[in-house]
Design a protein around this ligand. Structure first.
Ligand code: CA
Length: 228
């Protein structure tokens, strides 16, 4: 193991799942540590700080969301939650509590590795630099959006929404996170705002708004902007 190898902490009480994850990640040159429960996970976190945490939500001794809240009180390290189907509701709770992404069991190895790569990508790029989304260019410094070279008119709310999604590109964002950032914390229950404005944005940005390729829906959770 080398010093600049990303180090991942797995907090998972299911021994066979933990073994699968360890083998997979080690074979992809990640440094791995595994904790079999919440208490052990917190102990590991207080020792060597990992670059990323894979957190199961159904831990034997502790609620994964509670552990995440505790962690978020002092750290912004990337956290990907792993949930079982019967814990769908907790997934949204975990994302609202600051998880970076989620996977539902059973998931594929390639999917997990892709999510880890995205989560580990440092937010190094300058938020003011122009960004390319297929044939769409967003220039935050000039507050300008172009499609195929032609200026695109977005309302201030649509623009704010697009910018928020861009700043979280490739990551899932919940309805509450979008509402809080774009409309303000008083509006976090108004899911219909997001639905309406997302539909408008798709009309303007997507080649086929009914089959979006940039602004994807995460059913029951929120949205994910992907760079085509
Ligand atoms: Ca479990």
């Amino acid at each position: 193991m080398t010093a600049n190898q990303p180090h991942i902490l797995i907090i998972e009480d299911d021994a066979s799942m933990a073994r699968f994850l360890q083998t997979l990640l080690r074979s992809h040159q990640y440094g791995v540590e595994a904790a079999a429960g919440g208490a052990e996970g917190l102990r590991c976190l207080s020792g060597r700080t990992p670059d990323l945490v894979l957190l199961d939500l159904g831990l034997g001794d502790m609620d994964g969301v509670a552990l995440l809240r505790e962690l978020r009180a002092w750290s912004a390290m990337p956290v990907i939650v792993i949930s079982a189907r019967e814990r769908e509701a907790e997934k949204v709770e975990a994302l609202d509590a600051g998880a970076d992404d989620y996977l539902t069991k059973p998931f594929g190895a390639q999917e997990l590795l892709a999510r880890i790569r995205v989560a580990l990508r440092r937010p190094g790029r300058d938020a003011e630099l122009p960004l390319q989304l297929g044939d769409i260019t967003v220039d935050p410094a000039a507050r300008r959006v172009c499609k195929g070279g032609e200026p695109l008119h977005l309302t201030p709310t649509e623009y704010k929404l697009l910018l928020f999604l861009l700043r979280h590109a490739e990551k899932v964002v919940t309805h509450r996170q979008i509402l809080s950032a774009v409309w303000g914390p008083a509006h976090v229950e108004h899911h219909e705002y997001v639905r309406v404005h997302m539909s408008q944005l798709r009309q303007k940005l997507e080649a086929q708004p009914a089959h979006p390729r940039i602004l994807l829906t995460e059913p029951g959770i929120g949205y994910r902007l992907v760079v085509p």
